[in-house]
Design a protein around this ligand. Structure first.
Ligand code: COA
Length: 351
């Protein structure tokens, strides 16, 4: 191959004619323990002012010892199923970069924890873009008739893979889970998912990486050392690519949906960093008051970030029925994705 591949055109996948995926329920969960910026300054060379001004984060939720991603995913999944009016699903997809183990996938464990043993269950590994990739997989299962209802969960316990002494990552990443139930329906009804735009650039894999523990290292006969298993990030480079790819994916998804930026009632970007979200909103021409954000309270929860914000916004009545919503994500891989949907407006919340 000559030179660098042309990444200007991301892959755009139109929904198959016939059965569309329609949102039937949403839910979320964050672990109860809150870590403030001030708490981080007790052992890290950082400050509340630095963290707030560079990332927009004031506090985050983290798991207690012994709690992994499955527990978060089960809580969010149960909330989404309840908001969908209960009932079974045919498939559970968990997007995560912090699986319970390298092998097997976490989704079967989550399905079993929800009383859904026997259904199809698999993980999606696309780091912070995992939820958008998982939505697309679920829509494919519905379009082909493999499933009528799919539970899609984004869940991460990033506090378990971030080196607590790495001040570049420890201040940003956090734990949580969000979920949606998708059902078979028609593309013209409220709640229908639009076309997904997905892309990747593996030549930049080293910008966001856990270097060891996988087959690349183990095939050499080496076992991982302690630093090999921490999450590593080249923050400044990531920042630049995040703005570029999130914006381009968002614009491509709008184009595929036949919407203009002015048509969007709510833009939900992956909560990577408040400055990235603001820059993307400006670049694609969506006013700041239509860009949703919860990063100040929850930090960057990776694959959980978008569904967590969807569920939180829905629970506060932020979306009118038929509201036009755009979501866009970017993260390790590199991988990115965006899609659109309208708001169904008939979901249940609370007890
Ligand atoms: N507290 C205080 N100082 C810190 C710090 C922290 N937590 N982290 C880094 N610094 C220091 C650096 O050491 C550096 O000091 P120096 O100038 O004396 O060398 C200075 O702050 C600037 O570092 P830099 O890395 O250039 O900062 P930045 O403005 O790029 O901000 C990030 C760092 C990580 C916040 C920023 O690059 C970022 O948000 N990147 C994207 C990360 C992201 O969104 N990842 C998720 C993708 S899904």
């Amino acid at each position: 191959m000559n030179g660098h591949p042309d990444l200007s055109a991301a892959t755009a996948v139109a929904p198959a004619a016939g059965r569309a995926a329609v949102i039937a329920g949403v839910g979320s969960w964050v672990p109860p323990r809150i870590v403030t910026n001030e708490e981080l300054t007790r052992y890290l060379d950082t400050s509340d002012e630095w963290i707030r001004s560079r990332t927009g984060i004031a506090r985050r939720h983290v798991v207690d010892p012994g709690v992994g991603t499955a527990a978060l995913a089960i809580e969010a999944g149960a909330a989404a199923l309840k908001s969908a009016g209960g009932g079974d699903v045919d498939s559970v997809i968990v997007a995560t970069a912090t699986p319970e183990r390298l092998c097997p996938a976490t989704a079967p464990q989550v399905a079993a924890g929800l009383g859904l043993s026997g259904v199809a269950a698999h993980d999606v590994a696309a780091v912070c873009s995992g939820f958008v990739y998982a939505l697309n997989s679920a829509a494919g299962q519905i379009a082909t008739g493999t499933a009528d209802r799919v539970l899609v969960i984004g869940a991460d316990a990033f506090s378990t893979i971030v080196d607590p002494m790495d001040r570049q990552t420890a201040v940003i990443f956090a734990d949580g889970a969000g979920a949606v139930v998708l059902r078979a329906g028609s593309a013209s009804e409220p709640g229908a998912l639009g076309p997904c735009v997905l892309g990747s650039d593996g030549e930049l894999a080293e910008l966001i990486m856990i270097p060891g523990g996988g087959s690349a290292q183990r095939s050499t006969g080496q076992l991982p050392g302690p630093d090999d298993l921490w999450f590593h990030m080249r923050g400044r480079d990531v920042y630049r690519y995040a703005v570029e790819h999130t914006s381009n994916a968002a614009l491509a998804a709008l184009d595929r949906a036949g919407w203009r930026p002015a048509d969007v009632d709510c833009f939900i970007p992956h909560q990577a960093n408040a400055r990235i979200c603001t820059a993307v909103g400006e670049r694609i021409g969506i006013p700041a008051d239509r860009v949703a954000s919860n990063i100040e309270r929850v930090g960057n929860t990776a694959a959980a970030s978008i569904p967590l914000l969807i569920a939180e916004s829905a629970a506060t009545g932020a979306f009118d029925p038929g509201a036009r919503i755009l979501i866009a994500a970017f993260g390790g891989g590199l991988a990115w994705g965006a899609t659109t949907f309208t708001w169904p407006g008939t979901l249940g919340f609370g007890d």
